[in-house]
Ligand binder design. Structure first.
Ligand SMILES: Nc1ncnc2c1ncn2[C@@H]1O[C@H](COP(=O)(O)OP(=O)(O)O)[C@@H](O)[C@H]1O
Ligand SMILES: [Mg+2]
Length: 338
């Protein structure tokens, strides 16, 4: 077998003066960490940015003889609706790449499609109304409070304390402004209770990693218990300091149910190699899937790496494992790419 020629392919993040620069710039940390981790294993990695300029990209891929891709693309030119497009191109080129296939990235990135899939498969998820900016918002069937979320964003972009609305009037007051900023929105019933992040890793069968919970207990009582943008990205904020990740000891039945629902969601969306399912549990103990993340961030300080570490897999091993998953596929397809 020839040595693989590995590229880490990533999107160009938003500029520093963008309000969501912090979440977007994280991709550059991930690129660096992938390079450093694989260097530890004696593997060289080449950086290639993915933009709408596909001709340049193709030229670079061919010129450098790339045979395996670590896919870190979260957007194309800042547009998250194109999150799956780089993977689609790799599929057409027949180059093995880490993570989910294009359709899985596309379906899970679009929160409206994701809700339809979850509902259609009978996976419990909060009730919601989709607001497309054309048809008037009809919120009478919802139980309040609700949370207003951009359909095509992730990383809690556009989710803050004001996103939680106590009644229909409050929704109507913020809908147009949020639509003008983010486009289509989900208005979703707010699940008051605990929050779990369930990470999965492995190909062809993923293993469920230790179950993480967000500990909201230190959060001031006037704040909603959510992991909004500040909680994820603003290390100076009270939300960031008071939303810590823990790995709790859970009753067997609860842990079993979280694992089952996460695995079912992973399979339903056709995720591959790794993923993270965000789940809330209400005060009655009922479980609701909030969203399914294909290719979650793999930075060493993010939830996925923390869950891997909790299972005894170091950051270097985790990244190596992802590359190995892609190589496995190449070998099994009998391609001589790695
Ligand atoms: N229906 C909901 N009920 C309660 N909290 C929610 C709900 N939807 C989202 N949140 C809060 O907002 C955070 C981000 O929402 P999520 O749907 O996971 O979007 P993103 O793709 O931005 O991570 C969640 O981690 C959770 O804390
Ligand atoms: Mg989430």
């Amino acid at each position: 077998m020839r040595e693989p020629v590995i590229a880490v392919v990533y999107n160009i993040p938003r500029s520093k003066d963008n309000p969501f620069a912090q979440s977007s710039l994280d991709v550059l940390n991930q690129v660096e960490e992938v390079e450093n981790s694989l260097a530890v294993r004696g593997l060289e990695v080449q950086r290639i940015a993915f933009t709408r300029d596909c001709e340049t990209f193709l030229r670079e891929i061919r010129r450098r003889g790339i045979s395996v891709i670590v896919n870190l693309c979260e957007t194309v030119d800042e547009d998250s609706r194109f999150a799956g497009h780089p993977a689609a191109l790799f599929e057409l080129l027949g180059i093995p790449f880490t993570g989910s296939p294009s359709f899985a990235i596309t379906n899970s990135t679009d929160k409206a499609t994701a809700k339809l899939l979850l509902k259609g498969a009978g996976v419990s998820t909060p009730g919601y109304v989709f607001y497309d900016g054309i048809r008037p918002f009809r919120g009478e069937a919802l139980s309040y409070p609700v949370i207003v979320k951009p359909c095509y964003e992730d990383a809690s972009n556009g989710i803050d304390q004001d996103a939680v609305c106590r009644d229909e009037r409050a929704v109507l007051d913020c809908l147009e402004e949020r639509y003008s900023l983010f486009g289509p929105l989900l208005v979703e019933e707010f699940i008051d209770g605990r929050e779990f992040n369930v990470s999965l890793l492995g190909y062809p069968r993923p293993e469920v990693l230790p179950l993480a919970e967000i500990d909201f207990s230190g959060l001031p009582s006037d704040l909603h218990s959510i992991v909004g943008y500040r909680a994820k990205w603003d290390s100076e904020s009270v939300e960031y300091r008071c939303t810590n990740r823990i790995f709790p000891k859970l009753p067997t039945a609860v842990a079993g149910e979280l694992r089952r629902v996460a695995l079912e969601s992973f399979t339903l969306f056709g995720l591959r190699d790794y993923g993270r399912v965000d789940i809330r549990m209400d005060t009655a103990g009922r479980i609701f899937v909030l969203e399914v993340n294909a290719n979650p961030g793999i930075a060493s300080d993010a939830g996925f790496a923390a869950a891997a570490a909790q299972s005894g897999v170091t950051h270097v091993e985790m990244i190596e494992k992802l590359v190995h998953c892609a190589c496995e596929r190449a070998i099994n397809n009998d391609q001589e790419t790695c």
